[in-house]
Design a protein around this ligand. Sequence first.
Ligand SMILES: Nc1ncnc2c1ncn2[C@@H]1O[C@H](COP(=O)(O)OP(=O)(O)OP(=O)(O)O)[C@@H](O)[C@H]1O
Length: 366
Amino acid sequence: MSGLTVTDLHAHHGRNDVLRGVDLTVKDGELACVLGPSGCGKSTLLRIVAGFHPATTGTVTVGDRVLDDGRRRERAEKRRIGYVPQDGALFPHLTAAANIGFGLPRAERAARVPELLDLVGLAGLGDRHPHQLSGGQQQRVALARALAPRPDLLLLDEPFSALDAALRAELRTEVAAALRRAGATAVLVTHDVDEALAFADLVAVMRDGRITQSGTPDDLFHRPTDAHVARALGEANLLPAALNGDEATTPLGTLLLARPTGRDDAGTVMLRPRQLRLLTRADTDSWTHTLRATVAATQFRGHDHRVEVTPAADGLDHPLIAYTDTAPPPVGTSVHVVATGPVHALPAAGAATTAPTGDLARHQAR
Ligand SMILES: Nc1ncnc2c1ncn2[C@@H]1O[C@H](COP(=O)(O)OP(=O)(O)OP(=O)(O)O)[C@@H](O)[C@H]1O
C-alpha cells in the first residue's frame, strides 16, 4: 500500500467546474474519509484518482508514482487502485468466490480467495451467488474483490449507502477493521458524518469542489476552521464574541478559550450542544452568568434529548441547541442557559489555525 497525494486538482463536467483546486494527502496505511454534501464533487475526485475521469489540471500521486500530472495520465487498469462503488456491481452469474477471484491470476485464486473471504467475515459463503447474499454481505464481497489484487490504494464511493441504518453502522466498523488488518490505504467518500467519524483516521471536509479542512476526527469536531466545517461535523452553536487573550466575552458570559487566538477583536466561538446546560432558576446560584431563554422545541432521541431554545438576547437571532440526558422542561418554559468547558474560537477568515497549547485541563467555563 502507498500514500495518496492530490495537488491543486481541477476538473469539470461540460461547462461545470466541479473540482476547483483540491489538495489532499493520505498517508500510507491511513483510512481517510472525504465528507461533503451531495454534489460537492466527492465522486468526481475518486473517479479522477481511479483514472475513470480526466482532470483538467493538477497532480495525483500514489506512493512515488505520478498517475496524472495534467499531461501524462496512467490508464485506469495500470494504476493498482481498487474501487468499490455504491452498489458493489458484482457479477450476478458468478459466485462470491468467483467474483473475488475474477481479477486474479488463476494460480493465485485457490489460496487468496479463502483468505479474503475470511478477512471480510464471509468464510464458508464463497459458493453463494449475489442474490443469495444480503446487501451487507454483497458489499463485503465487493470489498474483498477490490482488495484481491493487493492494490496500492482502495477507493470506496459511499459503499454502505444502500443499506439500512443498523447494518451501515455494523458494516462500516467491520470494513474499517478489515482494512486495518490488510494494512490498506483507503479513501471513502460519504455525506454521513457518523460514518466519517467512525471510519476514518483522517477526515477531509469538502465543499463546492474544494477540501476546506482536513485533520483527525477530534481535530475537526473540536477545532473547525470555519462555520461550514463546524456544522459538517455535527450541530454547533456559533456565538458572537469579543476575544481578549485567553477569554471570549459572549452572550453566555466570559468563557475561557481552548486555545488563545493571539488576537483581540470581534470573532465567533463555537459550543457543541453538549456544552450547554439548561437550568431552572433555583439552580442558577453557582453560575456567574446565565442567558435567559425559552424552550422552543424538544425531541426525545432514545439516548438523549435534543432541545432548541430561543435566547432572550440582542444579537442572537438563531435558536441554541442543547443535548440533555434528562427530560427537558416542556416547550414554552423559561430556562437559564449556561456554558460548560472551554470554547473554540473560529480563526479569522484566511488565518491559519492556531497551534495547540496542550494545556486544556486548566480551562473551565466560568
Ligand atoms: N457525468 C456528468 N455530467 C455532467 N455533470 C456531472 C456528471 N457527473 C457529475 N456531474 C455534476 O458534477 C457535480 C459533482 O458531482 P459528484 O457526483 O462528484 O458529487 P458528489 O459529491 O459525489 O455527489 P453525491 O454525494 O450525490 O454522489 C454535480 O453538480 C453533478 O451534477
